[in-house]
Design a protein around this ligand. Structure first.
Ligand SMILES: [Zn+2]
Ligand SMILES: [Zn+2]
Length: 272
C-alpha cells in the first residue's frame, strides 16, 4: 500500500503497512493531528471526497479536494502552447479529474513549491506518461515516495515550457519556490506562489512565515531575499496556495508593501 497521512496529505512509498511516523507532520512547520497519527489511501479518499475544478482565467484551472482534506491547498493546471504544467499537487486523483485534465491536453511537467504539497505527485505523474516532477534539491530530504520521474534542480531559477520560470525564494523551506507565468493575467504576468509568498484573506496583502500553523515568522533578511528573488520578473496577479486566495492585480506592489509592513513589525518588536 501507499499510505497517505491524513493531516498533511503526503503519500509514502509502498509498504505492507503504514509507517509509524510522518516526518513532514513531526517537523515544526506542520503538526501531528489532534487525534494522533492517522493514515488513508487514495482508494479510500476517492470514496469519500471529490475534486472541485475551477477555471481561474483562460488557460488556468484549479483543483482542490472537497470536503476539506489535509492542508486544503489547490493545485493549478497551467496550459501553454509547449505543454501543460501542473503547479503544486493534491492527494486525490480520481477519474473525473484525470478525464478533465486529458480534455485540456494532459500534463507535460509537474512543479511543486515545497514538501507540504508533494502529496500524491508520483500517482499524478504516472497517470500522465510519467511526467517529470521538478523539485528543488535543497528539500530532497522530505521526499517520502521516491520516483524516477523526479528531476531535482539546483540554483535559483529553472526554465519550464511556455516561457515559465521556477524561482527559488527560500524562507518557508530552503528550496521554497514560486512559478512565474508570463502570459498569465491577460499577458501582464502571474505568479503562482504556494506557501512561499502566502496570499492572505485580506487580498491587498501577502505574508511570509517559517511555520504557518505554528506561527513562527521569518527574519527580515529572509523576507528581503524573497522580494529580491522575484524582482526581475514582471507580473500583476498572484495565485496563492488556497482556493479563492488570489491577488487580482498590482501583485508586485502588494509583495513589496507587505514585505515592508512585515519588516517594520519585526523591527518594532526588536525595539529598533
Ligand atoms: Zn503528515
Ligand atoms: Zn507549507
Amino acid at each position: 500500500m501507499n499510505a497517505i497521512c491524513i493531516t498533511c496529505g503526503t503519500q509514502f512509498a509502498g509498504a505492507p503497512k503504514p509507517p509509524e511516523h510522518c516526518p513532514i507532520c513531526e517537523d515544526e512547520r506542520q503538526f501531528v493531528g489532534l487525534e494522533g497519527q492517522q493514515w488513508t489511501t487514495l482508494e479510500d479518499l476517492a470514496g469519500k471526497h471529490k475534486t472541485n475544478m475551477q477555471e481561474e482565467e483562460a488557460s488556468l484551472t484549479s483543483f482542490s479536494i472537497e470536503p476539506h482534506f489535509g492542508i486544503g491547498q489547490r493545485a493549478l493546471l497551467l496550459q501553454t502552447p509547449e505543454g501543460n504544467i501542473l503547479w503544486d499537487c493534491i492527494s486525490l486523483l480520481d477519474r473525473p479529474t484525470s478525464d478533465h485534465i486529458r480534455s485540456l491536453g494532459g500534463i507535460s511537467a509537474i512543479a511543486i513549491s515545497h514538501p507540504h504539497y508533494y502529496t500524491a505527485m508520483v500517482d499524478w505523474s504516472s497517470a500522465f506518461n510519467d511526467a517529470p516532477i521538478y523539485l528543488h534539491r535543497d528539500d530532497s530530504q522530505w521526499v517520502m515516495r521516491p520516483s524516477g520521474a523526479i528531476r531535482s534542480w539546483t540554483g535559483d531559477t529553472n526554465r519550464l515550457p511556455g516561457g515559465c520560470t521556477l524561482i527559488r525564494c527560500g524562507g518557508h523551506f530552503p528550496g521554497a519556490t514560486v512559478l512565474h507565468w508570463p502570459s498569465g493575467a491577460e499577458g501582464k504576468g502571474a505568479l503562482l506562489s504556494g506557501d512561499t509568498i502566502q496570499v492572505v484573506p485580506d487580498r491587498r496583502f501577502v505574508s511570509f512565515m517559517w511555520s504557518y500553523p505554528n506561527f513562527v515568522p521569518l527574519s527580515a533578511g529572509d523576507v528581503e531575499r524573497i522580494v529580491r528573488a522575484i524582482d526581475p520578473f514582471f507580473f500583476d496577479r498572484i495565485y496563492g496556495a488556497f482556493p479563492k486566495l488570489t491577488v487580482a492585480t498590482n501583485g508586485k506592489r502588494v509583495i513589496r508593501d507587505s514585505a515592508s509592513r512585515y519588516i517594520r513589525r519585526l523591527r518594532a518588536a526588536a525595539g529598533a
